[in-house]
Design a protein around this ligand. Structure first.
Ligand SMILES: [Zn+2]
Length: 199
């Protein structure tokens, strides 16, 4: 590789660490940053820092938010009777894209994985149990990923939550096993939600 000035080489190295970015893309991005006005470069670096500094977890559902509650929890037009449980915050985006769910969410920040030593204590479950205890929820839709871990988590949740007096359902598994729901299209997801079954 040709000798590059140290700051440029360092920026290329940082970009290369991003998912899906190889040497060529990293170089293009770094040379782009070199060319732009200082204002533009500052906006980019500030946006990166803000994601780290200004975001936290929603006090109710553990989604990512820049306030006390996330937009789904603070929206008065959503249905308190249905809670959709997902593994990660980005899973919510997929379900929202399907546009046929208007309830609340709960984010576990993980899934059970006995093989990797991840038990129930590694999941954000306490808030969910508390919310059900408050009595508004009638149905919990388990939308964990269609993987071994996601299935194990669904079975665990059904066992944990049904005695609390709620229906527990699982979204239909029309999606190929191993694929992550964020890549599933709108139609597939909306069918998965409609075809949910009792656990
Ligand atoms: Zn929330």
């Amino acid at each position: 590789m040709p000798e590059l000035a140290e700051p440029l080489a360092r920026l290329i190295a940082e970009f290369k660490r991003l998912p899906g970015i190889g040497q060529k893309s990293a170089q293009r991005m770094a040379f782009y940053v070199l060319r732009v006005q200082r204002d533009d470069a500052e906006r980019l670096s500030q946006a990166i820092l803000d994601v780290k500094d200004k975001l936290g977890l929603c006090g109710r559902c553990n989604n990512i938010t820049d306030g006390e509650l996330c937009s789904y929890c603070s929206d008065p037009n959503r249905d308190d009777r249905i809670i959709c449980v997902v593994e990660e915050p980005h899973n919510i985006i997929g379900i929202e894209t399907a546009r046929n769910f208007n309830g609340r969410y709960h984010v576990l920040h993980g899934a059970l994985s006995p093989l990797r030593g991840l038990g129930p204590e590694s999941l954000k479950l306490k808030g969910l149990v508390e919310r059900i205890g408050q009595g508004d929820a009638q149905e919990v839709i388990v939308a964990t990923n269609p993987t071994v871990e996601g299935e194990a988590t669904a079975v665990y949740l059904a066992r944990l939550l049904k005695p609390l007096g709620v229906r527990v359902t699982r979204i239909a598994m029309g999606i190929p096993v191993g694929s992550d729901r964020e890549f599933a299209d709108e139609v597939t997801l909306s069918k998965a939600m409609e075809g949910r079954r009792e656990m």
